[in-house]
Design a protein around this ligand. Structure first.
Ligand SMILES: C[S@@+](CC[C@H](N)C(=O)[O-])C[C@H]1O[C@@H](n2cnc3c(N)ncnc32)[C@H](O)[C@@H]1O
Length: 218
């Protein structure tokens, strides 16, 4: 079961709010998961700590050099004495879905590499990456938002991270409603802009409520 997540990025500040707020923030504060963000720039090359360079063969845009990722991963592995499963974020990777998240949640320790620019030198994938993951068939400007998506969906699956164990059982993509959408949910007020909460939810008949919920899972 997952207990360690480390992110490697040139923009560690992007993770400040992510790791301090909400379900993820609470899980980290309660030591349910060990989470850290490593600045790739510390492993940059030369006096400018450079992490990218022009493409061999020509072409627009810069490519992330292999040495900083390689050295950052080696540094973290040696420092923490761990054997991580290494994910690289990439639009051509395996698509992230609930099945993939479930598989990944069985790994003990995961490192996520965040690409930028035209992507990461292929030798990083060949030498150190176990799996490339895509969050969908579109292009983002960097791997940080995909890394947050992966991390968030993994952290909320760690036992006792969510307030009520019910919360992961009855969600869209949960096993017993898989393939169907979760029923709509309502809170106060009873009537909003002329739209009323379905009567069945107001009458306290739990059998009828469960039947209605089943019917609404389409
Ligand atoms: C601008 S993108 C590079 C796109 C690349 N030139 C291409 O056409 O496939 C820069 C980085 O953002 C991340 N990225 C962008 N879209 C992504 C997606 N859909 N899923 C996962 N990572 C993505 C990857 O780390 C990628 O290396």
């Amino acid at each position: 079961m997952l207990n360690t997540l480390r992110i490697i990025t040139i923009f560690p500040k992007l993770f400040d709010s992510f790791s301090n707020i909400g379900v993820v923030g609470k899980a980290i504060q309660a030591n349910k998961v060990s989470f850290s963000v490593q600045d790739l720039r510390n492993f940059g090359i030369g006096k400018h700590m450079s992490v990218d360079d022009t493409q061999y063969g020509g072409g627009p845009g810069m490519v992330m050099r292999p040495e900083p990722f390689y050295d950052a991963v080696k540094f973290l592995k040696d420092k923490h004495n761990e054997k991580p499963y290494i994910i690289s974020t990439s639009p051509k990777g395996n698509i992230l879905d609930s099945k993939k998240i479930k598989q990944l949640s069985k790994k003990k320790c995961i490192y996520i590499l965040c690409g930028r620019y035209e992507g990461v030198d292929q030798r990083v994938q060949e030498l150190i990456v176990d799996e490339e993951i895509s969050v969908g068939n579109y292009i983002l400007s960097g791997g940080e938002i995909p890394a947050m998506t992966i991390a968030d969906s993994l952290i909320r699956l760690i036992p006792n991270v969510l307030g009520s164990s019910e919360s992961t059982l009855n969600e869209t993509f949960s096993e017993h409603i898989f393939g169907k959408n979760k029923e709509p949910v309502y809170t106060k007020p009873r009537i909003f802009k002329g739209l009323s909460v379905p009567k069945v939810l107001l009458q306290g008949d739990h059998k009828k409520i469960e039947d209605w919920r089943k019917k609404m899972r389409k």
